[in-house]
Design a protein around this ligand. Structure first.
Ligand code: F6P
Length: 558
């Protein structure tokens, strides 16, 4: 059989297995196999990935692994780590792994103009970042008025915000921060107005994080912060001195950084083989190191490198990112589930779902295949989440009893970093209970018996009991590890990164571009003059034209 027909056969096999009567039922799988939990749990060091509470049985797992082989996943993985231009529409490698690999790893990365020594470039820039962090922490680098910095303000959006913000929060919430991390992403002036009230300009170190250094929101915010600093520190301190002392840039665009007035010594660079949503390991992660300390940042790099090694070398049947990806494929393509919920039972990971929304949906929210044709099957599900236990009091109703089946990823550290062990046991009990409830459900006869035991009348039982039934057999995955620290966070992030890459490959799409964000940007540029001039001109649909006119009317600009 040709590769193509093998692949087609592998997809057909999944469909056949999904069509078996009771294929979505999970409880019988536990009844049939006392060793199921162990058999369907994969580990990397202390990190366990329990996939047993999904409807995957031995046959389905074999079929999914066959699909991975038929799709040539080994070859894709080899090309990814070889720095081949896997981002085909932009002719680039996706070599973020070089940013966390040992300096002597010798990883290379293809770009349209040639091949970079990615390991050497990464090591050189990390050394500069480390020295900068040490100088700031030691007070050798100070603000323009001679005061030490107490806050790092990262200005950036998308990948230049979500990863650094999530990781800074995760690594500083338990132990406090060396510098207070603050983030400005939204162009909405209210966001900066709120920050300006709490920041001391004389003690604020500003990082302008933008791969392109052209993003409208980031450049607007950077200009606003520069004006605010200059206004606050002037007239004694000239604006150029304020910018020189307080600003640093994290970017690939040296010319634009220079044009903004930031000197090369204050620019930390990276290259186009680092995608925006994979950039927290690059200088874009400088706020993490400034806030949590270099050692925590380095531990995060080391953790991610450990996951890279595992992904690169482990058999697919024991490979955490591959298994997680295959379970996702099963949910989307065999079971027809179109959403994925992320529940981290850890307040420090409150921003993890927001980070994953970009990682997953910007990477795999595609409907055109690598061959330029429409993809023949659904791709990325809608990803959303909140921290547990908060989520239990908002959308978990739908996940337990709604008409849509939404698989959940539960994420939990066994040991907390606070001194209230009972609170952590309560947290963990809730995480495990949610997963157990999704699996076990509660039948009508159970509900009726419970209500009878509680003394309810027969007509009350008949009217109320159906509303209290839980169907169960709702899938979830649990990621459990010892403690949330740099190393486990690095492993967790890299686990999802590689899962996303594997899924993209199996769906036959390019996970590393994001053309879908362009149209809105272009149209906003076209609408802005209409709003500025006070006229609703331009070629807009009638709804947009009417909204522009109403906007003006509400502002008294007609
Ligand atoms: O939202 C689109 C996007 O290009 C993301 O991929 C990227 O992370 C973000 O904008 C920010 O881009 P930049 O770092 O160039 O400012």
């Amino acid at each position: 059989m040709s590769d193509d027909s093998l692949l087609a056969e592998a997809w057909r096999r999944l469909a056949t297995l999904a069509a078996r009567p009771g294929a979505a039922n999970i409880r019988p799988l536990f009844a049939a196999d006392p060793g199921r939990a162990r058999r369907f749990t994969a580990t990397l060091d202390d990190m366990a990935l329990d996939l047993s509470k999904t409807a995957i049985d031995g046959e389905a797992l074999v079929a999914l692994l066959d699909l991975a082989h038929a799709a040539g996943l080994e070859g894709f993985r080899a090309r990814l780590f070889a720095g081949a231009p896997v981002n085909v529409t932009e002719g680039r490698a996706a070599m973020h792994m070089a940013l966390r690999a040992p300096a002597d790893a010798g990883l290379r990365a293809t770009l349209p103009g040639g091949i970079d020594d990615a390991s050497a470039l990464a090591a050189a820039e990390h050394a500069r970042m480390r020295a900068f962090v040490a100088d700031v922490h030691a007070g050798r680098l100070r603000g323009a008025t001679g005061q030490t910095f107490d806050t790092v303000l990262n200005i950036g959006i998308g990948g230049s915000d979500l990863g650094p913000r999530m990781a800074s929060e995760a690594l500083t919430l338990a132990h406090g921060a060396r510098l207070r991390p603050r983030f400005l992403s939204n162009v909405d002036g209210h966001a900066f107005a709120a920050l300006a009230r709490e920041l001391d300009p004389a003690r604020t170190l500003v990082l302008v994080a933008s791969k392109t250094f052209t993003t409208q929101e980031t450049m607007t915010n950077a200009a606003a912060v520069r004006a605010w600093l200059a206004g606050a520190l002037g007239p004694k301190v000239p604006e150029t001195e304020a910018v020189a002392a307080h600003f640093a840039a994290l970017s690939t665009n040296a010319a634009a950084v220079a044009a903004f007035g930031i000197a090369p010594a204050r620019m930390f660079g990276f290259r186009d083989w680092v995608g925006g949503r994979y950039s927290l390991w690059s200088p874009v992660g400088l706020s993490i190191a400034l806030a949590a300390g270099w050692d925590a940042f380095q531990a995060m790099l080391d953790g991610a490198a450990a996951m890279d090694r595992h992904f690169r070398t482990a058999d697919f049947a024991a490979n955490l990112p591959v298994l997680m990806a295959l379970v996702g494929i099963w949910h989307v393509n065999a079971m027809g589930h179109r959403a994925q919920c992320i529940l981290a039972y850890d307040a420090r990971l409150a921003r993890f779902p927001a980070y994953l929304q970009q990682l997953e949906m910007e990477s795999n929210g595609k409907s055109v295949g690598l061959d330029g044709r429409p993809v023949p099957r659904p791709t990325c599900p809608v990803v959303f989440g909140e921290p547990g236990t908060d989520a239990q009091h908002s959308f978990m109703q739908l996940i337990h009893q709604g008409t849509a089946v939404v698989p959940v990823d539960f994420i939990l550290a066994a040991e907390p970093d606070h001194d209230r062990p009972q609170a952590h046991r309560i947290l963990a009990a809730n995480a495990f209970a949610q997963a157990e409830a999704l699996l076990a459900g509660r039948s009508l006869s159970q509900v009726e018996a419970e209500m009878r035991a509680a003394g309810a009348e027969a007509d009350t039982i008949a009217a109320i009991a159906p509303h209290r039934v839980f169907a169960g057999n709702r899938p979830s995955t649990t990621i459990l590890f010892r403690r949330l620290d740099g190393n486990s966070l690095g492993r967790l992030i890299a686990l999802y990164e590689h899962k996303v890459a594997v899924q993209g490959w199996l769906w036959g799409i390019n996970s590393f571009d994001q053309w879908g964000v362009e149209l809105g940007k272009a149209l906003a540029a076209g609408i802005l003059p209409d709003l500025t001039k006070g006229t609703a001109g331009g070629a807009h649909d009638s709804s947009t034209a009417a909204l522009i006119a109403r906007f003006h009317a509400l502002r008294g600009e007609t």
